[in-house]
Design a protein around this ligand. Structure first.
Ligand SMILES: *Cc1c(COP(=O)(O)O)cnc(C)c1O
Length: 360
């Protein structure tokens, strides 16, 4: 069986060695030494100044919206995971969807301005599949209209653009360290900001708003993560370069074998590196895509229609909004299996099945 994704697990003894320390210290959670060490190592690896390790990528988004005091309407992308929109609604704001760009599959920056109203407080955009949004244009619009910018960078771990971490863009970036993501701590999330004052506020929010044992500085929640999750993050970080390299090789093999497929790949930001988090294809024809899914499944290969359906037409708690490009793309997009344990022989097999389906 070939699943669409499979979590990376480090050699068990490497994780166990970190657990031995937990048993010695008996410090299990609440910003313990492994969580602090993970934050330090991630700051170094990602080359960012401020970063918080939190419960998960969804809580990271909710904390970001809360910390920026956002109200009213938030302009966002309908082509993302449900948490991008649900976190806006959870924080009592209204999502306003703007259509995506046909080539990058990210929010179409040229369509943002017409969606701005006096009630707009922010733009929350996703770097879909790790491909950076048009960050300069979005910042320009935000500055002009006095809006905050949050990036849902759940897919963008390790992505560098213009020579710096993509997490440095916007007022706040969030990342997910869920087991299915490129780099993970089983469950986990990151919040990144350049603003030390905002970081301080987010740190209060993460810990119930406590400022010392008997004082409160903010309205908070429990956004902390445990030593066990930090241990997995630390163990996996030792292998991250290897993980990305392997995914690069698999990606290049797919692209070479599938060059005559009637499907295209998203166009990458030209100042950015790829982290090979996903292998998405946009088929020319929905019928061919559906036949491909079936043929692969018959051979025990599982794909995912990521992202289908579009968030602008499928959420019972958000008013539907029909957006042409998003509807068109989400009907025809498919992610192929991509994970560390996948072999080049697996990729060859998958490509043979796909090409056979097209040529039949
Ligand atoms: C995975 C994901 C999230 C949610 O992250 P969790 O850590 O699972 O809560 C949010 N946004 C996007 C785009 C994601 O892919």
């Amino acid at each position: 069986m070939i699943p669409v994704t499979k979590p990376f697990l480090p050699p068990q003894e490497e994780y166990q060695a970190l657990l031995n320390g937990i048993w010695k210290r008996q410090w299990l959670t609440n910003m313990g030494p492994l969580a602090s060490s993970l934050e330090m190592q991630l700051k170094e690896y990602l080359n960012v100044n401020h970063l918080l390790f939190v419960t998960n990528g969804t809580v990271a988004l909710q904390m970001a919206i809360k910390a920026l005091d956002l109200k009213g309407e938030i302009i966002t992308t309908p082509f993302s995971f449900v948490a991008t929109t649900s976190s806006i609604v959870w924080e009592n704001c209204t999502p306003v969807f703007v259509d995506i760009d046909e080539s990058s599959l990210n929010i179409d920056a040229s369509k943002i301005e017409t969606a701005i109203t006096p009630n707009t407080s922010a733009i929350l955009a996703t770097h879909v599949y790790g491909n950076p949004c048009d960050v300069e244009k979005i910042q320009e619009i935000a500055d002009k209209h006095n809006l905050k910018v949050i990036y849902d960078a759940a897919h963008a771990f390790g992505v560098v653009i213009n020579g710096k971490s993509v997490f440095e863009y916007g007022d706040i970036s969030t990342c997910s360290l869920h087991a299915t993501k490129l780099y993970h701590s089983v469950e986990g999330g990151l919040i990144i900001t350049k603003d030390p004052k905002l970081l301080k506020k987010l740190a209060y929010i993460r810990n119930f708003g406590f400022d010392g044992p008997e004082n409160f500085a903010e309205l908070g929640l429990n956004g902390k993560n445990s030593e066990f999750h930090a241990a997995m993050g630390l163990a996996n970080l030792k292998h991250i370069d290897d993980i990305i390299l392997k995914r690069k090789q698999l990606t290049e093999r797919y692209s070479e074998k599938l060059k005559h497929l009637k499907a295209r790949r998203p166009i990458w930001h030209d100042m950015s590196v790829n982290n090979y988090a996903y292998y998405p294809l946009v088929f020319e024809d929905k019928e061919l895509m559906m036949l491909t899914i079936e043929a692969l499944q018959a051979n025990n290969v599982f794909t995912r229609r990521y992202f289908y359906p579009s968030l602008s037409t499928s959420l019972p708690y958000v008013e539907s909004q029909l957006l042409d490009v998003t509807e068109f793309i989400s009907e025809k997009v498919l992610c192929l299996p991509l994970y560390y344990d996948l072999t080049l022989a697996d990729v060859d097999l998958i490509c043979r099945i796909i090409l056979r389906t097209q040529n039949n």
